[in-house]
Design a protein around this ligand. Structure first.
Ligand SMILES: Cc1cc2nc3c(=O)[nH]c(=O)nc-3n(C[C@H](O)[C@H](O)[C@H](O)COP(=O)(O)OP(=O)(O)OC[C@H]3O[C@@H](n4cnc5c(N)ncnc54)[C@H](O)[C@@H]3O)c2cc1C
Length: 360
């Protein structure tokens, strides 16, 4: 017996499964395969610096203490140093785009896949995955139809999962936990919580759907395109800093009770992000049809200082918008009259909002 049950069971999603609320996001069929590795070479170490001096001189940083990403057509990989020298290396791929290597142990297949990337090939040449620490998860994204009721709340992965590309997991935890706390405290103060529960269910359903459509839908179409991904990265990250990450710093904890794309001001930004993401996917699709994918990738290097909460951070965003306009004028116009990407594939998952406040 308990007045409140908070489900924080992660991907097990106990309540959502038990009550039949869990729904897979079929518009985004992605798989993750990852392992813990020993013997991964240091990107900035002497061995690779001697072998590739131009490469070493171009970047003055200590990448072995940071998260590094590799990307290719329909996939991306992370490389995260762990305590004690091991490194977590994993791949996330779109099941519609990537043919995963067949045969052999999962670790072997992961290594075989990564060996196609010129940088991953170098750092993993002598690396070995740790037996028993290789993981595989298919059809990653899902969400719950219900997020809270009078007496229960779903938080973190127990309520939904999007895509690990921009690491939204911790943000999602912050928003869902803050809302659950607000709900429980309101009930304990004997306040009327039915409107709060309804708002919570409405907001998280909307947030999940918009977050997915603006950032992740069909993104794997252009993960292997240097110019498209560079523009998307500048816009996605810049707008995230401007509209999401800065809010708790400016407004305090209260901002954590407003999930992404739920405030009235977020509407135009959602439409902007959905539009450029759709357009980049469309342009990549046209390149694919014309066998022109990855033709513009060679000899480019994107060096970027990163974003801060300073006003000057809007300049790279405007620069990227100008870059998008240039792209449309020079190449994108060819696909203006084509059917939009969404009509080729299943619609984004719309999470229906229950009218009746669930009671438990
Ligand atoms: C491939 C991949 C890469 C990711 N990379 C990142 C990243 O770089 N950055 C980031 O922010 N996020 C990342 N995420 C997302 C992040 O891991 C999750 O969003 C986060 O761990 C969710 O936290 P949680 O507390 O909701 O669930 P979990 O961390 O899964 O915790 C749930 C806990 O509940 C326990 N549990 C389950 N059922 C029961 C039960 N019946 N009884 C008792 N206990 C139970 C589980 O054992 C577990 O300890 C990644 C996810 C994936 C799949």
């Amino acid at each position: 017996q308990a007045r409140w049950v908070v489900d924080a069971s992660g991907v097990a999603a106990l309540l959502a499964r038990q009550e039949g609320w869990r729904q897979p996001n079929t518009a985004h069929p992605i798989t993750a395969v990852w392992a813990r590795w020993t013997g991964v070479k240091d990107l900035d170490g002497l061995e690779l610096a001697e072998k590739f001096p131009h490469w070493a001189m171009a970047c003055h940083g200590i990448r072995a203490t940071a998260t590094n990403h590799f990307t290719g057509d329909g996939w991306w990989a992370w490389c995260i140093p762990l305590k004690g020298g091991d490194v977590s290396v994993g791949v996330v791929f779109d099941q519609r785009r990537v043919q995963w290597p067949e045969g052999g142990w999962p670790g072997e297949r992961l290594k075989n896949f990564l060996m196609q990337h010129p940088v991953a090939r170098e750092i993993l040449a002598d690396a070995q995955w740790r037996e028993g620490d290789v993981h595989w998860r298919k059809n990653l994204p899902y969400s719950s139809r219900t997020f809270a009721g009078d007496g229960f709340a779903l938080v973190g992965d127990a309520s939904g999962f999007l895509d690990p590309l921009y690491s939204p997991g911790m943000d999602w935890i912050s928003f869902t936990v803050s809302s659950a706390v607000k709900l429980i405290l309101s009930q304990q103060r004997d306040e009327e919580i039915a409107p709060l529960v309804a708002k919570c269910n409405r907001d998280f359903a909307r947030s999940y759907e918009r977050w997915f459509t603006a950032l992740y839908k069909d993104k794997y179409e252009y993960l292997g395109e240097y110019d498209l991904l560079r523009l998307a990265f500048l816009l996605d990250l810049g707008l995230y800093y401007l509209g999401v990450a800065s809010q708790p710093f400016k407004r305090g904890k209260i901002a954590l009770c407003e999930s992404v794309f739920t405030s009235p001001f977020s509407g135009p930004f959602f439409h902007l992000m959905r539009t450029y993401n759709r357009r980049f996917a469309q342009i990549a699709r046209l390149r694919r049809e014309g066998a022109r994918l990855q033709k513009q990738n060679a000899n480019h290097r994107f060096m970027f200082k990163g974003y801060t909460f300073a006003y000057s951070s809007v300049f790279p965003i405007f620069g990227a918008l100008a870059g998008w306009l240039r792209l449309e004028m020079t190449e994108g116009w060819r696909s203006w009259w084509q059917r939009p990407a969404a009509t080729h594939q299943p619609e984004a998952l719309m999470v229906p909002v229950r009218r009746v406040t669930p009671q438990r």
